[in-house]
Design a protein around this ligand. Structure first.
Ligand SMILES: O=C(O)CCC(=O)C(=O)O
Ligand SMILES: [Fe+2]
Length: 419
């Protein structure tokens, strides 16, 4: 499992002041009035979404790499539109030099790793890290404890081979552990793509910091997002392989989260490649336009009211659920919960999931992608605000925890029932 990458089960009152200009979902929220229900509403909402026609695709806000790399350029409008309280929580960067080749080289390796003999993959597992390191399949719990069995992942730190000499910490920092097929074929591209995604992520983090400071939040009561990421030894690459799914007619392609369950990333910033689809080992365009990455906006506080008002579910879906698209050669970035907390909600993490293709010709179609989780260092002291939208009960009265302590508390909360 991915520490803390678990779905929110409660409605969240908005916690950042609404920013200038409002957003595309604001008129509805206003029309319905502010709701402060603390009751979980997710199940009813998702169940209804799952039986409804697919929502239209939404294109990410995109920033050209040539603009991103200019530190003095004002990109706050785009940052707000993509990652602010009314944004989708995802943004993409176009024309990153060297990215297309690295993407293809690494993603082509994912099926090979996932289809290694079971005993070889077992050797690559690391139960001590709760499968956050090396090979992981069917171990991650998402959506109220449901095991995600339809994808396999290979995790490692692409940036540092030996982040520390402390044996215990080595595992915590996901030190590189590339063996078997990956050693012979893929270590180079795993590391190179991870490094590139970190470099571009740092540029984006700089512009995020500028935007957050413009909103009147100091340097996050500690370090900026850029410094937090730059000084961390704790980054984690994840090569993902989604196994082909077969649906019966009755299942109608399964739920919107049929390939990966709903969750919110837990760290600072997550880099994502556009996925590569293959059928019987041939690369193909995705055969079902409804398949792929979905995000849910943060307006779920309106759901209960909508149920009472019997507003059309189709209208609701358009507001809450979005199939997200970005170009094959763009790099996408999502905000993680830790950044949302430290930026006082000026940058927002978004629940997301992945839908498998379900049309007739979707049998034997698999999906490969790569995620780069950028997170604070294990020893980084985080100063939490007094009110936070996630995991409030884990934060001590003085509001201070290292990222490592915070991560361990999250794991205990979800996997051992301890806090
Ligand atoms: O497969 C994807 O596109 C998203 C993967 C993801 O959300 C994750 O690994 O946290
Ligand atoms: Fe994710």
């Amino acid at each position: 499992m991915e520490i803390g990458r678990l779905v929110r089960t409660q409605t969240q009152p908005g916690w950042a002041p609404t920013t200038r200009g409002g957003g595309r979902r604001r008129p509805l929220a206003l029309a319905l009035g502010r709701l402060s229900s603390r009751r979980p509403v997710r199940c009813r909402c998702l169940a209804a979404m799952q039986t409804s026609p697919p929502p239209p695709s939404v294109r990410t806000v995109s920033i050209p790499f040539s603009d991103l790399k200019e530190r003095d350029r004002d990109l706050s409008g785009k940052i707000e539109e993509g990652l602010g309280p009314n944004g989708l929580g995802i943004i993409s960067i176009a024309d990153v030099p060297g990215f297309p080749v690295l993407r293809k080289t690494l993603l082509r390796l994912a099926p090979k790793v996932a289809n290694l003999p079971e005993d070889v993959k077992k050797e690559l597992e690391d139960p001590d890290s709760r499968f956050n390191f090396g090979w992981s399949h069917g171990k991650e719990k998402l959506e109220s404890g449901k095991l995600d069995t339809f994808k396999g992942s290979f995790y490692a730190n692409p940036i540092l081979d030996a982040p520390t000499t402390d044996d215990v910490l080595v595992r915590r920092l996901y030190s590189i552990y590339l063996t078997g097929c990956l050693v012979s074929q893929g270590a180079k591209s795993f590391k190179a793509l991870g490094k590139l995604m970190l470099e571009v992520g740092l540029m984006l983090a700089h512009h995020c910091d500028r935007y957050v400071m413009q909103q009147g939040v100091g340097p996050y009561d500690g370090e900026s997002l850029e410094q937090t990421i730059a000084s961390s030894r704790c980054h984690k690459g994840r090569l993902l392989y989604y196994y082909p799914r077969q649906f019966s007619k009755q299942e109608e392609g399964g739920s919107v989260s049929s390939w990966c369950g709903w969750h919110t990333d837990h760290g600072s910033l997550t880099g994502l490649t556009c996925a590569l689809f293959t059928k019987n080992s041939m690369e193909i365009p995705c055969p079902d336009s409804a398949a792929g990455l979905y995000i849910r906006t943060r307006d779920d506080k309106v759901v209960k009211h909508i149920i009472q008002e019997r507003v059309m579910w189709s209208a609701l879906i358009e507001i809450l659920l979005h199939k997200v698209t970005f170009e094959e050669n763009e790099l996408a970035y999502q905000v993680g919960e830790t950044t949302e907390i430290l930026s006082r909600g000026r940058l927002c993490a978004t629940p997301h999931c992945v839908k498998a293709p379900s049309s007739e010709n979707a049998s034997n179609v698999d999906r490969s992608t790569f995620a780069m989780f950028m997170q604070p260092d294990w020893d980084e002291k985080l100063k939490f605000p007094s009110e936070i939208p996630y995991h409030q009960e884990l934060i001590p009265p003085n509001g201070t925890l290292t990222f490592g302590e915070y991560s361990e508390r999250l794991v205990n909360k979800y996997y051992q029932g301890k806090t």
